[in-house]
Ligand binder design. Sequence first.
Ligand SMILES: [Mn+2]
Length: 341
Amino acid sequence: METVLIKLGKQTVFHVGEASEVASVRRAGNELARRIGFDEVRTGEVAIVITEAATNIVKHAREGEILLRTLVAGKRAGIEIIAIDRGPGMANVARSMEDGNSTAGSYGVGLGAIGRMAPEFDVYSIEGQGTVLLMRLWDGDASVPRGDWRVGAVCLPLPSEEICGDAWEIGDDGGALCVAVADGLGHGPDAALASLPAVALAASRPELGPEQLLQLAHQALRGTRGAAMAVARVDAEAGLLRFAGVGNIAACVIEHDARRHLMSHNGIVGSNLRKVQEFTHPWTASTMLLLHSDGIATRWDLNTYPGLAFRHPGVIAAVLYRDFARQRDDATVLVLRQRTA
Ligand SMILES: [Mn+2]
């Protein structure tokens, strides 16, 4: 049986702007790989992928970020590496990746190596706007665990904080997915004390609908600072999405180039729940669900990024984080769609 849902672990961010920072993110990747039981060969590949991606950033974009997290798919463990920069980008990614075509010292030299090491690799690059790379490496044989869903997420604390006050979770009740994003009031550890238990309910009680989950979270969060929270239930077989939100979590469904906003009511889960209202929306194999906290500005438009909607959801999340994070708050972007091929 194939794994339905690939679990994404907590993310860490590394600034990359000089050789010593390339070395520290490589060390962190090494430690992560060993901790989750990668063998020596795979650990070495993680180090090469991180080094190439980070070196590209330093050489061509001057600075950027690398995001690391662990992955779990059934009995298999993996590592996700996302590289983000606002550098010169590439005019033609496919051509840049062919080793024979990359001029010595160009971005493409590193990409060729990364493509050979990472069985899952996606790129979004626009000339003059920068590049986002997503790589996933897995333990065991060369096969790649394939879920029925493709999930991408960035969830990071504001730059001065260690602990993220935003949280997200996906639960699976065997038929439908239950997706929750919460933003604890303010930021830091006390915000996390509200957001973490709120989204944990999506994983522990995925069979509940959005409205019930918000009511349950409201009870669970009494005595905490409270949180903004949005819950979506996606039933692919029934072709239906149910949604309810309280407070400032932006949510929308994107179908081809049309974006439909999903409405939340004002209030604070845990202290002031005036109204919870469920909305429904048709769901098709090409629908994309996108949720983000208010650490991301709302003025983004996927249509201004040619081809981005076709990239891996993790690449989409990283591009929006790069270009719209407000920097003064924790930031979360969650993107979900069905695997079609
Ligand atoms: Mn916030």
